[in-house]
Design a binder for this molecule. Structure first.
Ligand SMILES: [Fe+2]
Length: 174
């Protein structure tokens, strides 16, 4: 018997596409927030906090894509060019993120770097949602299993990337 062995795992946030699309929406909103901030007289601190969040979100997003999603998709679809371009786009984004992390708002080209990073990400989102995901769907990539692994990894990375200090698990006596 092969039926009815799955628990009622409906299409959920554990699906890889849902997870990645959710991230895309989130960062798009954050870039929009930055645009508003830079038009207002926002404090440097407010900008720095927002850009810190953008950099963190994108770093984690890129990492789960590179570690888990891209290798699976690359193996399933026959489009090396598309996957290579995605890698190169990630490199471009990481470069800007690294620069921004070493800067303070008000420094030369700071806002421009955030804006260009946002444009870079807009393009990334378009390529994935309009080209990569449909190809992966066609190739029947197991996005439920991938999604679960990605979510788990995401939570791990949030602990290391996030501002919250890592808490010791239980009271494993010293
Ligand atoms: Fe993405």
């Amino acid at each position: 018997m092969t039926t009815a062995t799955h628990k009622s795992a409906t299409k959920s946030e554990h699906d890889a596409y849902a997870l990645l699309t959710q991230d895309h929406k989130k960062v798009k909103k954050l870039f929009g927030d930055f645009k508003k901030l830079s038009k207002s007289d926002a404090s440097d601190e407010a900008k720095a906090t927002l850009v810190g969040q953008i950099c963190m979100e994108l770093t984690i997003h890129a990492q789960i894509e590179e570690e888990i999603f891209y290798p699976a998709v690359r193996a399933a679809i026959s489009d090396e060019d598309l996957m290579d371009e995605a890698d190169v786009e990630h490199d471009g984004a990481k470069n800007l993120i690294a620069q921004l992390r070493g800067m303070r708002p008000g420094e030369d080209h700071y806002d421009a770097k955030v804006t260009v990073l946002g444009e870079n990400i807009d393009h990334h989102v378009k390529e994935e949602e309009e080209k990569m995901f449909p190809k992966a769907k066609k190739a029947k990539v197991d996005t439920a299993t991938l999604g679960k692994a990605m979510l788990k990894r995401k939570h791990e990375l949030e602990k290391t990337e996030g501002a919250e200090p890592v808490k010791a698990t239980k009271s494993s006596a010293r």
